[in-house]
Design a protein around this ligand. Structure first.
Ligand code: NAI
Length: 396
């Protein structure tokens, strides 16, 4: 695998974290594709003033800058051997459409994190651009918790996961790619057997909508002062933990059904939520006895509050347009629901959460029990990409 040029897409928190990390572990060219608004000019101007971007991780600092920044795919993607998309899932498709025709024949392109159903959109767009040789991959989660401190200047990496799962298509490139990415991202990456595992083991789709539902169902109009905003992860009550477990159990039942329908498919990495938390955050969880305690005593989650929007100087309302919902419902739970319908598995708890949260978001995904609401076209269900059978999903 010869990777001489890497292009990162987007200029958010994750892209900021990646630039200095990769720069310190990769000697080839590192470029930045910023098609969104005026980001490219803005980033270029600021990085030229500062000279480099600083990432603070633990007590140490890493420095780096991209070699080139551009808003034009033709300029920045045509020489890339590897394209990384550390983007919110709702930006994947737009980005793929922008770069599709400019990709090298043998390029590799991946979403970090993939969220659910990434492969359906990516492979359809690549096929439409006659780029069938382009390979794709996705990671199960973003490896870091990170926040931009100053745009194009500094980023805080608040935590790093012990390991991250990664799947690729075609599968044969997985091990070599895992080894390359482990080195340039300075990370432990576990190879996953297929892209379907990424969809079923996408824990964000359980945690984010599940906790939002638990915290705000029946309290949609409640107002909060700054000091009374509920903690998000550490605000998980016994009742919320019960809902999260029920969602996780429904996905495990779906997983077992798929395994029963196809004895060759390997879905061993789809874990129960509690097992995933313990596996990923082992050393930061003080009390591993229950699902609730895994959230409440997890130091990686310390102090993180529920997403709120300010209504005036003193008061806040829950933010139902937050990424925890706009990303994890249409690019998460809805995809699970669509696969469950394909194989006739019922998901009553997930359905109730989708229905409630869709109303909060002003969206309609489910109508009359089916995924036929007016906004279903904006989700990543396989049917939107012409995929109607389980066999087509398992192929990836
Ligand atoms: P972000 O919100 O900082 O990313 C914003 C960037 O995405 C923008 O600067 C722009 O470059 C691009 N973008 C946004 N909307 C776009 C659109 N419609 N079209 C094209 N580009 C667009 O996101 P962040 O924090 O970097 O997260 C990236 C991914 O990682 C998300 O899936 C997020 O859920 C996940 N994640 C992030 C964590 C964090 O600590 N930042 C932790 C865990 C997961």
């Amino acid at each position: 695998m010869k990777i001489k040029t890497i292009t990162i897409c987007g200029g958010g928190n994750a892209a900021h974290a990646m630039i200095p990390i990769i720069r310190n572990h990769f000697s080839g060219k590192l470029n930045l594709f910023l098609p969104f608004g005026d980001e490219a000019n803005h980033f270029q101007k600021l990085i030229d003033e500062k000279g480099f971007l600083t990432a603070t991780i633990g007590g140490s600092k890493l420095y780096g800058r991209p070699d080139r920044v551009s808003k034009f795919a033709k300029e920045i993607c045509k020489e890339a051997d590897l394209i990384l998309m550390p983007l919110p899932a709702f930006a994947h498709e737009q980005t793929l459409l922008q770069i599709g025709s400019s990709l090298k024949e043998e390029a590799i392109i991946g979403a970090i994190p993939a969220r659910s159903g990434f492969e359906y959109a990516a492979l359809k767009i690549l096929k439409d651009n006659h780029k069938e040789k382009v390979k794709i991959f996705g990671m199960q989660t973003l490896p870091w918790a990170c926040r931009i401190k100053e745009y194009a200047a500094s980023v805080n990496i608040l935590g790093k996961k012990k390991w991250v799962g990664m799947a690729a298509f075609p599968h044969k490139i997985t091990f070599e790619l895992t080894s390359f990415l482990s080195r340039v991202l300075d990370l432990k990456i576990e190879s996953l057997p297929n892209m379907l595992t990424l969809t079923l083991a996408n824990v964000g789709q359980i945690i984010h909508p599940g906790i939002m539902y638990g915290l705000f169902k029946g309290k949609e109009q409640a107002t909060y002062q700054k000091e009374t905003i509920p903690l998000f992860y550490q605000g998980v009550t016994k009742e919320i933990a019960k809902t999260l477990k029920a969602m996780s159990d429904e996905i495990l039942v779906l997983t077992e059904k798929i395994k029963a329908l196809d004895k060759n498919v390997n879905l061993d990495h789809v874990l129960a939520l509690k097992d995933w938390l313990i596996y990923s955050y082992e050393s930061s969880i003080a009390d591993k006895s229950s699902l609730q305690s895994c959230f409440v005593t997890n130091s990686a989650y310390q102090g993180l509050c529920a997403p709120m929007k300010k209504i005036n100087n003193d008061y806040f309302l829950p933010d139902f347009q937050a990424r925890y919902l706009t990303e994890d419902v249409p690019f998460g739970l809805i995809v699970i629901k669509s696969i469950a319908q394909l194989v006739a598995v019922e998901t009553p708890v997930i359905d109730e959460i989708i229905l409630t949260i869709s109303q909060w978001m002003g969206k309609e995904y489910i109508r009359g029990g089916f995924l036929e609401g007016k906004d279903i076209k904006d989700t990543r269900i396989p049917q939107n990409y012409g995929i109607k059978h389980l066999e087509e999903i398992i192929i990836y």
